[in-house]
Design a protein around this ligand. Structure first.
Ligand SMILES: [Zn+2]
Length: 278
């Protein structure tokens, strides 16, 4: 890896984010003008939640049911990730767990196959690009699939779904494809592409439009999610965070590093095992 190239990419991304909050406001003004609100979730709403079997998206399902009162239809994408088998097993465990805990508030569970990034390109990306901004349009691609699922639910069962939940937490706001601006941009794009201004692609943890309308909710970091899971009785040892294909988490990939840091912050022992007994 070339350090200088990484620094250059980071610098470019940082420059592109200079007007971050102004850009959010500009998109929000368009949404407000077209539909009279930026974002909101009502207790009777049906939502599709993108789930990976990881900590953030797993907690998000419980949070959306318990605090927003929504009926959640989870979507798991088999995207050809190295840890896919383990992620899917974690997802399966929690779907069972939530079905017992929440009954019909957990809606229709769906899995689908879509290799992201496509195998034809995956090996060709510049490493320094993947290591700094990730695979191109990864989250956006998954969110587009969630919109497809929402429309399929309407056709199959007559359930209207216009809200897609994606598990961004507050600490993710600095990453181009995770932050609030990307959610607003995705919302705007979806409304324009479908000719329907009622769509919202959002995260209950980072979207002020959601949590300022609900009593007592606030922006949440990964550490907040861990506290919430502990209080709610979500068995975090069953989540799968690590990118590696081994059963034991490596403790060194970006996902592990973020998770370990968050557990340290709340002074709770991470119940999963790390390689070498870390
Ligand atoms: Zn890892």
């Amino acid at each position: 890896m070339d350090d200088e190239q990484i620094i250059n990419i980071k610098r470019r991304v940082w420059k592109a984010q200079r007007n971050y909050s102004e850009n959010i406001k500009a998109i929000e003004a368009i949404l407000e003008n077209e539909r009279g609100f930026v974002s909101r979730v009502n207790a009777k709403d049906n939502v599709v939640a993108l789930c990976s079997g990881g900590l953030d998206s797993t907690v998000m399902v419980a949070y959306a049911i318990e605090t927003l009162g929504a009926t959640v239809h989870p979507l798991f994408i088999r995207r050809g990730a190295r840890a896919e088998k383990l992620e899917e097993a974690a997802f399966d465990f929690f779907m069972d767990f939530f079905k017992h805990k929440y009954g019909d508030k957990l809606g229709y569970v769906q899995k689908m196959d879509l290799t992201i990034p496509p195998k034809e390109f995956k090996g060709d990306f510049k490493r320094e690009m993947v290591n700094t901004v990730g695979h191109p349009m990864r989250n956006s691609t998954m969110q587009n699939m969630a919109v497809n699922y929402a429309m399929a639910l309407e056709g199959r069962y007559g359930i209207e779904v216009r809200t897609i939940l994606s598990g961004s937490v507050f600490d993710d706001n600095t990453e181009p494809e995770m932050g609030l601006l990307s959610l607003r941009a995705q919302t705007l794009n979806t409304c324009i592409q479908t000719g329907d201004w009622s769509w919202q692609i959002t995260s209950p943890f980072t979207d002020p439009g959601i949590f300022t309308n609900q009593n007592g909710l606030k922006a949440m970091s990964k550490a907040d999610l861990i506290r919430y899971a502990k209080e709610t009785g979500i068995p975090l040892e069953k989540t799968r965070t690590c990118f590696s294909s081994d059963e034991e988490a490596d403790g060194s990939c970006l996902a592990c590093v973020k998770r370990i840091k968050a557990f340290e912050e709340v002074r709770i022992k991470d119940p999963i095992k790390y390689r070498g007994g870390k």
